[in-house]
Design a protein around this ligand. Structure first.
Ligand code: NAP
Ligand code: GLV
Length: 317
């Protein structure tokens, strides 16, 4: 079995290759490099990759599957026609990311709920001042996307006793959560959401979803936490709604352009908290275990759900 591997992060290439080799000793791994033209062209069974150049996949219809080292595959689909048609694409499902998402979102929610953002600002000015506690019944959290990550986020927030609502394409039945499905219910979902958490995949249907109309449907003083992709948010619309106090604050891990350019107005807005796309990092060990298990299942002839042909029942790509 021959497997192509690629990540642009040169400093971790060796570590990935060593651990992959240990987990799948019967395979030969080849690090795809632009200058290794002859080796690259040899037949291969699988590709394991992150942010590959188009040249790596163009014409590779010999592959039995492509494994993407991330949960979101929007960047991979940007390769367009360079993706070999009919080769199944597998993304990471949790693989150690869901708990990180739950930590990140719980932290952001509790920071707003317990007013730590305001106490921090007071402390910087040397101000000792009581602020009345918020009530949970007025702090409904609405989660956009009830997939692998959205459900894990919900599970953590449920333990704190927040009222929860969730929105997805297909209707869910999740105990302790008010569920909404489809575009027709988005307005109703948003109008009762005090903290909006975005955990959607980026697709043609979800791009620019968080625009002025939808963000303005949130109640006055609502918060936004975006851990999905920057292109869900129309950034100028969000900024305007923060500046006119409709949105009280936003915690953003992802942006339309990353790294966020130094001149971007978000840097100057104190009510916008910025992190550099770290909400859930790919975990090497867990990812390799998941990918190797899937390769072994495929080799044994098992059928497994995947993202093929850009149309997939669970992601909408
Ligand atoms: P997932 O399991 O595929 O879940 C996606 C959810 O979104 C599903 O509930 C799906 O609804 C819903 N959805 C998709 N299209 C929709 C639409 N048009 N309208 C309403 N709901 C829609 O994905 P995941 O593993 O939870 O990952 C979510 C995203 O998180 C990834 O795509 C990635 O972009 C992002 N992410 C970010 C980081 C970070 O560090 N910031 C790390 C990992 C992932 P159905 O259930 O009805 O199909
Ligand atoms: C990271 O953003 C991922 O999609 O895994």
């Amino acid at each position: 079995m021959r497997i192509l591997f690629y990540t642009p992060q040169i400093h971790v290439q060796e570590a990935w290759l060593t651990e992959l080799q240990q987990a799948l000793p019967e395979a030969t791994f080849h690090l795809w490099r632009e200058d290794a033209i002859e080796e690259n062209a040899l037949p291969a069974d699988y590709a394991v990759l992150w942010q590959p150049p188009a040249a790596m996949l163009a014409g590779r219809s010999d592959l039995k599957a492509i494994f993407h080292l991330g949960a979101g595959v929007d960047a991979l689909f940007k390769l367009g026609d360079a993706l070999p048609p009919n080769v199944p694409i597998f993304r990471l499902e949790d693989a150690g990311m869901a708990i990180q998402m739950a930590e990140y979102v719980s932290h952001a929610v509790l920071r707003y709920f317990r007013r730590f953002d305001e106490f921090d600002a007071q402390a910087r000015d040397g101000v000792w001042k009581f602020l009345p506690p918020r009530k949970k019944e007025h702090f409904t959290i609405g989660i956009l996307g009830l997939g692998v990550l959205g459900c894990r986020i919900a599970q953590s927030l449920q333990e704190y006793g927040f009222p929860l609502r969730g929105w997805s394409r297909s209707m869910k039945n999740i105990p302790g959560m008010d569920c909404f499905a489809g575009d027709a219910s988005l307005g109703e979902f948003l109008s009762g959401t005090q903290v909006l958490v975005c955990a959607l995949p980026l697709t043609d249907q979800t791009r620019d979803l968080l625009n002025h109309t939808n963000l303005a449907t949130l109640p006055q003083g609502a918060y936004l936490i975006n851990v999905a992709r920057g292109a869900h948010v129309v950034e100028s619309d969000l900024l305007a709604l923060v500046q006119n106090d409709h949105i009280a604050g936003a915690t953003l891990d992802v942006f339309r352009q990353e790294p966020l350019p130094p001149e971007h107005p978000f840097w100057q807005e104190k009510r916008i908290t910025i992190t550099p796309h770290i909400a859930a990092l790919t975990q090497r060990h867990e990812s390799i275990l998941q990918i190797v298990a899937k390769i072994r299942s495929l080799e044994n002839g098992a059928a497994m759900s995947n993202i093929t042909g850009r149309v997939h029942a669970s992601t909408g790509y």
